[in-house]
Design a protein around this ligand. Structure first.
Ligand code: PMV
Length: 317
């Protein structure tokens, strides 16, 4: 039996689109900040009477259960039946990156329970195959997921670019809707790739955003990170809006919050927004500005969380 507690991450430069669906190889590189406070805790024990997956206190069936069990098969093909118990202390599958911490925690707990020696990069490659963004939750702080060029995906994994204490940034999250998202990220990506005329522009223009965000993080230059993050976010949504049928996770409150961020910036507060596969808006700012940002967001939604930069996973026997 082993237990892993892992923080989710939010992409500052986005992953959207796969160059290999089975191996979850991305069409673009991406870069993230690991979040404090929010966490997934997953225990895995091999040698149970039969496979059983509990998620947030309920027996999982159908696709959520089969994704978990398939992931254990990937880690050890001739494994014994397993019992998996996973809990999130934040909303699941609602655009708050629960799949990033979920598959990273499952990977790390299973590797430990099986006593499989591994490097963080090897854990990241396994986590990536459960959910792409999970490749980045193997570390705290700031993490880049290299796109890689190899067909077998051995060069497509996370790279730790700065530790949790490198920069005290805050991410203020406005929960516009706690519900499960209408279109899952894999379905959304596949539809975008197949139908959006903007997809090729997305795939040919990400490197500049990634280089800008990475440099901004290393230099602790929030404006540089923010500009790259908003550019990457808007380009990703441009591909979704122009898919057929279109994918539009935004709600009126999401747009109102984007306007609020522009207003705050005009008033001299250095803050920048991003969104993922859901209606929630995440705003990056310095800790000294977080109370003013949270206050402004509270005019639009009830549920606002101010989070810092999260630490590394904790894995225990
Ligand atoms: O890893 P997935 O399949 O949950 O996809 C994540 C997609 C985005 O959250 C929209 C972007 C990202 O890089 O996390």
């Amino acid at each position: 039996m082993a237990t892993a507690t892992v923080h989710p991450n939010i992409a500052l430069v986005k992953y959207w689109g796969k160059r290999d669906r089975d191996l979850n190889l991305p069409s673009t590189g991406s870069l993230s900040m690991t979040l404090s406070d929010f966490a997934t805790t997953t225990s895995v024990v091999f040698g149970a009477a039969q496979d059983e997956v509990m998620i947030n206190g309920e027996l999982a069936t159908g696709l959520p259960a089969s994704r978990v069990l398939k992931h254990l098969d990937l880690i050890q093909p001739d494994r014994a039946p397993a019992r998996v118990v996973s809990t999130n202390n934040f909303p699941t599958a609602a655009g708050l990156a629960s799949s990033s911490s979920g598959f990273a925690a499952l990977t790390l707990a299973a590797l430990k329970a099986l006593n499989i020696d591994h490097t963080p990069a090897q854990a990241s490659i396994l986590a990536r195959q459960g959910s792409g963004s999970a490749s980045r939750s193997i570390w705290g702080g700031f993490v880049e997921w290299r796109r890689g060029v190899k067909k077998d995906g051995t060069d497509s994994h996370g790279l730790h670019i700065a530790p949790p204490d490198h920069w005290k940034l805050n991410m203020v999250i406005a929960v516009v809707d706690q519900g499960q998202k209408s279109v899952g990220s894999t379905e959304g990506m596949l539809r975008t790739m197949a139908t959006s005329p903007m997809y090729s522009a997305w795939v040919s223009s990400w490197q500049k955003d990634l280089d800008g965000a990475r440099q901004g993080i290393l230099d602790q230059d929030l404006e540089m990170v923010g500009r790259a993050m908003e550019a990457s976010t808007l380009k990703m949504f441009a591909t979704m809006f122009t898919s057929s049928p279109p994918i539009r996770y935004w709600r009126p409150a999401s747009v109102a919050i984007q306007d609020e961020v522009s207003k705050l910036r005009k008033a001299g507060i250095n803050c920048w927004w991003t969104m993922d596969a859901g209606p929630n808006v995440k705003v990056l700012c310095e800790p000294e500005d977080a109370p003013a940002v949270a206050d402004a967001l509270q005019h639009h939604v009830e549920d606002v969380h101010t989070l810092g930069v999260g630490g590394h996973p904790v894995v225990e026997e």
